[in-house]
Design a protein around this ligand. Structure first.
Ligand code: ADP
Length: 181
């Protein structure tokens, strides 16, 4: 994983989020919590079958109808180098009217969950910008605003935004770099 840029508590990196070493990685899950493609599939493959069992247990105990969009749920990281996984469900861009609020909720609630558990190092993938179709430049604005609003409450929390491609990382940086430092 290559870090491209750091400002305050926020870093931007390129690479595979399943390799992140820290307190937690965030999973762009789907409502079933039972795994899927993209980053969700990669996280389940790297974490092993125990993660699926933990997600099944969460479904049975806390979220029988599935995890709502914008909500978060915590499991262990099992075989991952990260100690925990924060599962959240992003909006499907074409199907959601309040997609910006929902995407913001994914990030804000993940940060609050992490901060509340005393986590100090967590990583996010670019939630909803894959098969869920959220334009990366629009998502960047939502993510940056949410992080800069929420992080002052959790001054020990360091956040790495992990992009799978250099192009996606550059799109994000192109959106946020012109903002005042
Ligand atoms: P969503 O369904 O929320 O759109 P996807 O998994 O389809 O989620 O994509 C979200 C983002 O995660 C995309 O930008 C995709 O390129 C990226 N991605 C896929 N695999 C990985 C990985 N192993 N590490 C980091 N990012 C990844």
């Amino acid at each position: 994983m290559q870090t491209l840029w750091t400002q305050g508590q926020i870093s931007v990196a390129v690479g595979d989020i399943t390799r992140f070493e820290g307190d937690a990685i965030v999973n762009a899950a789907n409502r079933t919590l039972l795994g899927g493609g993209g980053v969700d599939g990669a996280i389940h493959r790297a974490a092993g079958r125990d993660l699926l069992a933990a997600c099944r247990h969460l479904r049975e105990s806390e979220w029988p109808d599935g995890l709502p969009v914008g909500e978060v749920a915590l499991t262990a990281g099992f075989a991952l180098p990260a100690r925990h996984v924060i599962h959240t469900v992003g909006p499907v861009y074409a199907k959601s009217e309040d997609r910006a609020d929902q995407l913001a909720s994914c990030y804000r609630k993940s940060l609050e969950l992490a901060g509340g558990h005393g986590f100090e190092r967590i990583a996010f993938p670019a939630i909803s910008t894959g098969v869920y179709g959220y334009p990366p430049a629009d998502a960047a604005q939502v993510v940056w605003q949410t992080l800069t609003e929420t992080l002052p409450a959790w001054p020990k929390l360091e956040v790495t935004l992990v992009f799978f491609s250099r192009t996606d990382a550059d799109t994000f940086l192109g959106e946020v770099r012109p903002l005042p430092e």
